[in-house]
Design a protein around this ligand. Structure first.
Ligand SMILES: [Zn+2]
Length: 182
């Protein structure tokens, strides 16, 4: 894949609204208190309630750990990603793919394939708010660490967030930086 499409501009607040809408229907307690949002359970058992599908795909190209098919609204994960869905890295990956579907799947026709290595995509000509990868990362970050809950924590630091939300240290640090709570 040589590039990503431009999608409708969306700021963090708008992404946050989409996250809150999903959590209210799926896992409302995650908007009340710090918890490890059960992304693995959602992927395996509940996606269809939300108009999506999920498949393990053992034929994704080398270096690609997850993808989204915008036509069928499928989240595709490698067997490795699926088997490790309780691990911080793969929880973020799955949440990121859910974000692609929730935020902009109706605007795109091409399959997204997300690699775990250095990004192959040429994204420099897009503004951040128009970049589907930036939007999907913002979605995943807010889904796993909901804004209202993080803001309700007393002097949170990255280590507290990794324990409370089951995210990586780098994801936790970025979240605090984005919320200006570092
Ligand atoms: Zn992506």
């Amino acid at each position: 894949m040589s590039g990503v499409p431009r999608v409708k501009s969306m700021n963090w607040r708008e992404v946050g609204h989409q996250v809150d809408n999903l959590l209210r229907r799926w896992c409302p307690e995650a908007l009340q208190r710090p918890m490890v949002v059960p992304v693995d359970e959602f992927i395996e058992w509940r996606v269809e309630e939300f108009g999506m599908e999920f498949h393990v795909d053992d034929r994704l190209p080398p270096g690609v750990e997850a993808a989204v098919d915008p036509i069928t609204k499928e989240v595709l994960l490698t067997p490795l990603a699926f088997e490790n869905l309780n691990q911080p890295h793969y929880r973020f990956t799955a949440a990121h793919e859910i974000g692609h579907i929730v935020l902009h799947v109706d605007q795109i026709k091409e399959r997204f394939e997300d690699s775990f290595g250095p990004k192959l995509f040429r994204r420099s000509q897009l503004k951040a708010y128009e970049d589907p990868e930036v939007q999907a990362n913002a979605f995943a970050s807010a889904l796993l660490m909901p804004t209202t809950v993080v803001k309700s924590m007393d002097s949170p630091n990255a280590r507290m967030l990794t324990d409370a939300f089951g995210v990586s240290y780098s994801a936790a640090s970025l979240r605090l930086a984005k919320l200006k709570m570092f």
